[in-house]
Design a protein around this ligand. Structure first.
Ligand SMILES: C[S@@+](CC[C@H](N)C(=O)[O-])C[C@H]1O[C@@H](n2cnc3c(N)ncnc32)[C@H](O)[C@@H]1O
Length: 255
């Protein structure tokens, strides 16, 4: 299933805000460098010849996967800004024959011709309407015996699920994510928890990026992007006790 993108100009416009808030960042999620290194160690690129990163952002994960031994990698994303950054970075770091394939697409409308040995999706669970929908789609795209990494929100450790569901609505726990993985034939091998420090650092990077963007592209749009980033910070302040975020690494087993 491959559906091409009809209006690329509209995508440049739509994703400008995300670019303004992330344009210097190689990883657009709360993980720090040590956690990214740990994730790659768990995914073992040298043993996985094909990779697929769904909503790859600027492609750091697939570029590192190839640098560390994977042979073929595909990064797909709906932002032309992000894919341009990924493509430029891979030209800088990799010989032509090793560079990832970059696919500009709505992720829910694209699936690989063949399952990949490693499938990742970090920070984009809304594509399939949350983890319940996303996890089976990752399983569909991974080869038997392959590995998956899913990064998404969860109920914070220590938060009372009953209080949270009465005040904020349903928010799945880490246990719910792990149960969904088990149902879909994915055996969890590790969970990485960036914690609050990861969020604070991610938000601060976004603040600096959007201010730098506004200096370079002054005007009403840049003012809007600054306000949007401030909203993110306010949401975080409001939700910090309740919402956490983790990356789960899971092996695909026969179902
Ligand atoms: C929070 S970022 C995460 C990027 C990357 N996975 C990372 O962890 O650095 C979310 C990414 O999802 C992409 N995205 C949003 N909606 C999408 C869609 N419907 N299909 C594909 N990519 C999408 C955005 O362009 C952005 O790069």
């Amino acid at each position: 299933m491959h559906e091409s993108v009809a209006d690329v100009d509209a995508l440049w416009d739509r994703f400008e805000v995300f670019e303004a808030i992330h344009h210097t960042q190689r990883i657009c999620n709360p993980m720090n460098e040590a956690q990214l290194i740990e994730l790659l160690e768990l995914l073992r690129p040298v043993e996985r010849s094909s990779w697929l990163d769904v909503a790859c952002g600027s492609g750091e994960l697939v570029i590192r996967a190839i640098e560390q031994g994977s042979r073929r990698a595909t990064g797909l994303d709906l932002s032309p800004w992000m894919l341009n950054a990924g493509s430029a970075e891979s030209e800088r770091r990799l010989p032509a024959e090793q560079r990832p394939t970059w696919v500009l697409t709505e992720a829910s409308k694209w699936s690989p011709d063949q399952p990949a040995d490693c499938v990742t999706c970090l920070g984009a669970d809304w594509i399939w309407h949350g983890m319940q929908g996303t996890i089976p789609k990752l399983k569909d795209r991974v080869a038997a015996g392959g590995i998956v990494a899913y990064g998404g929100p969860r109920l914070n450790f220590g938060a009372d699920p009953e209080y949270v569901s009465s005040e904020f609505g349903q928010l799945e726990t880490a246990g719910d994510v792990e149960a969904r993985m088990a149902e879909c034939g994915l055996r969890v091998v590790e969970r990485i928890d960036p914690g609050e420090a990861g969020w604070l650092s991610y938000l601060e990077r976004g603040r600096q990026d959007v201010l730098a963007w506004a200096t370079r592209h002054p005007g009403t749009r840049a003012e809007q992007w600054i306000a949007e980033q401030q909203d993110w910070v306010e949401h975080f302040g409001r939700d910090r006790e309740v919402v956490g975020w983790s990356v789960w690494v899971a092996e695909s087993i026969a179902t």
